[in-house]
Design a protein around this ligand. Sequence first.
Ligand code: PLP
Length: 383
Amino acid sequence: MSEKQHDIQLFCATYNVDECLEEIRECLECGWTGMGFKTVAFENKWKEYTGLNNAYYLNSATAGLNMALDILKAEEGWEDGDEVITTPLTFVSTNHCIPLAGLSAVFADIDDTNCLDPKSVAERITDKTKAIIYVGMGGNAGHYEDIVKICEDNNIKLILDASHMAGTRINGVIPGKEADVVIYSYQAVKNLPTADSGMLCFKKDEYDAIARKKGWLGISKDTYARTVNAGNYKWKYDVEYVGQKYHGNSIMASIALVQLKYLDRDNAYRKQMCSWYREHFNKYPELIKLITIPENCDSSCHLFQILVENRDEMMLALNAAGIFPGVHYTENTMYRMYSYAHGSCPRAEYVSDHVISLPLHLRLTKEDIDYVAEQVIKIALKK
Ligand SMILES: *Cc1c(COP(=O)(O)O)cnc(C)c1O
């Protein structure tokens, strides 16, 4: 058995430091760190990478989710209290955007992919259902294609919270063109880490244009355009909406531009680490349950999750062995905010009590993965 060398954390971002600093230096030298310049460059690179029509760079995915619901509600004429079907197994930011927009969050259950179960979703559709928010948990696309079909058949909008999905492909293609809006996170622990930023990708150009106003206090033109456009009255602008300050900046975009170059390479190593974990755990299918990833899904491998009987004990025992895993997530109906739906999603409740996300980041070696896996197995066998 391998010896413990050092503490092993769940996440630790790895940056191409010199290249990031070089991009940031350009901003500092020319005196432009705000919206425009690098943010536009990154939006263009992201559209190229994903094949999506639009990409508006923001200060977080949370901002993107909030704007997605706000704009869809206003433009599609949804009423207060109209329903959005969503997953309880997610970061609360996925769900807060619903009540924030005056809409009602309806929770559907998950399946063995840890993503929304299409059957449960179909059961929860009412004549008030306007949208579904789908989370590709840990990078797994789950049964996304069935959800797309449900949305088409029922004339329901599809919002893809792709915060974990930077680099995920279905049948070799980055998903999202079929969704009404896709939101990515480049928060510090995600697969494409900056420090904090995100992307909002509307299918409709019209909604992208509205987002670009609402994301900067409702102002009609961005500062950069006004500065570089020669001519009179460049200081003038109109305010068309009550907006938020949600847009991204060129320092974050500088980091993103560099990190995107290495995203597929980095995800390939994540995939390698996941297969090392699987080799260990496949020998103990009763003790350590793995999450199903459909065959046509090439996951970004944001998370490596297992389900174990004695989760809380195992977390403590792993901590004692210098390993610091995580839990994604406490299912959201456990929170007071969403407790009205408690008991409606039994599979999510089970997963919430049994799931562990094992350490998965680019600084881990095969020896680290072997050590973590051996400790997990040792603790599970003691039961
Ligand atoms: C991280 C995360 C978010 C929020 O991303 P931020 O960029 O931190 O706002 C939303 N949804 C999911 C599923 C996430 O994991």
